[in-house]
Design a protein around this ligand. Sequence first.
Ligand code: PAF
Length: 275
Amino acid sequence: MKVISSLEDAKSFIKDYKSERKISLIPTMGNLHIGHMKLIKSASSSSVKVVSIYVNELQFNDKNDYSNYPRTLVDDLSLCEDNNVDLVFTPKSSEVGNHISGDKNDLPKFTSYMCGSKRPGHFSGVYKIVKFLFEIIQPDMAYFGKKDFQQLLLIKYIASTYFPKLKIIDINTVRDRDNIALSSRLCRISPESFDKVKLIFETLQSMKKRLQKGIDYNIVKERTLLELINRDISVEYLDLRSLYTLNELKNINDQCGIFIACYIDHVRLIDNIEI
Ligand code: PAF
């Protein structure tokens, strides 16, 4: 396994393989967990597997969140080694900055909803780093989790607009035995608060059931918000939305999902369920 930081070295590594084998890219911000392992394992075994590790300051609207983001490079590298990764790309922020400066940023409308409205600059930061990674690594396939569903739609937009040959492969959210969606942020939650974290997906499941029974959306949403507030969970958004446009809906159809962002122990967590 190679670990490369320089853009020129990464480009020449890719050039050596590009004509013989397909390239799979798994972009990450490190602190790798079982969810990332699933992305890495899903990548075709005949392809050159590239994992990028870069804590992208541009996508953090909150400076504390950026400085508290767990950085665990040594462990991450050994997990990559154990999972047959060929290249770990750890670009330097100075080189990333030079490369993306002046990039135009044509964010589609749906990025202004949900996380987009609550985290100014977040999707612009994601857009820039992901486009940068696609330009440098030139992957044939790139793997992303469905937990960050809005991000996934943005990445599909970037791929279809600028990298039409690139296949974006979405991978189901990995959950623990309590159905908690795995996230690097969970390590900042106190053990006593894990019962609250469990409630996130339970809430989505019970909302889904109530909506499928035909109960009015506004009533279901209001009751659910009350239940969460009573459990001391601060909800940022809880919406029924189209899986394609992310437009808010008032009635379910077969192409929609429920999306949530909330704070537990001051840690922001997101999740979603398809209907
Ligand atoms: O999902 C993430 O870990 C990040 O948003 C990504 C896609 C690696 C871009 O920094």
